[in-house]
Design a protein around this ligand. Sequence first.
Ligand code: PLP
Length: 241
Amino acid sequence: MNSISENLLLVNNRIQLACKHANRDKKDVGLVAVSKKHSVEQVRAAFEAGQFSFAENYVQEGVNKIGSLQDIRNQITWHFIGPIQSNKTRFIAESFDWVQSIDRLKIAERLSEQRPSDLADLNICLQVNISGESSKSGVSPREALLTCLELTELPNLSLRGLMAIPEPGASLQSMKEFQQLFIEIQKHLKKYQFKNQFDTLSIGMSDDLEQSIQAGSTMVRIGTAIFGTRNIEEDKEDLNT
Ligand SMILES: *Cc1c(COP(=O)(O)O)cnc(C)c1O
């Protein structure tokens, strides 16, 4: 098995190559390392290898990890990318820099109220359910524009873009449709002179990184290809906390 630093090198090479194929600049594609179900030591190893953005899916696990890495807190950008229960928003508002999994207005309203005033605005992405699978959270593509307009009204939050989790094997076409939606919303916001940057199209995981970059992704979220397989069972942790 490769070390984390070797894996990071490989992933960065994949991004570089995909950008070249898509005629894009590598600087325009951010890499977020998804550290859910991996240890504090693994995050630190990735950090020492030059990785500064990380994402977590589970509130309790994420908050604990951020707490254990306080000494490097200022150098790391922490993203929350998991499903959000409304009774957990305060922990997210107090600990994270980004929340990419906003799937309803009510959650954003709570985060807006609970964001501590001494912290910078919380960067948020609206999650869109592009596959129409009922098991996935996110607003439908039809609802996305209106929801974005509502999100721009909330204080202490900065709407930065859209996020999606395409189903395994999703077509390039479906990802490009998502990119079109993103571009349309971007145009609308510009028309309304929305002050913040709406610049983030977050798609792409270990298995569909190349295709996502071809479809215009500006932020890929990579777990397995950096940290290896997650051995702890997923989706259970938060049920009892
Ligand atoms: C787990 C997860 C990822 C990373 O997936 P890998 O296949 O391990 O790269 C990315 N995005 C979200 C929302 C996730 O839950």
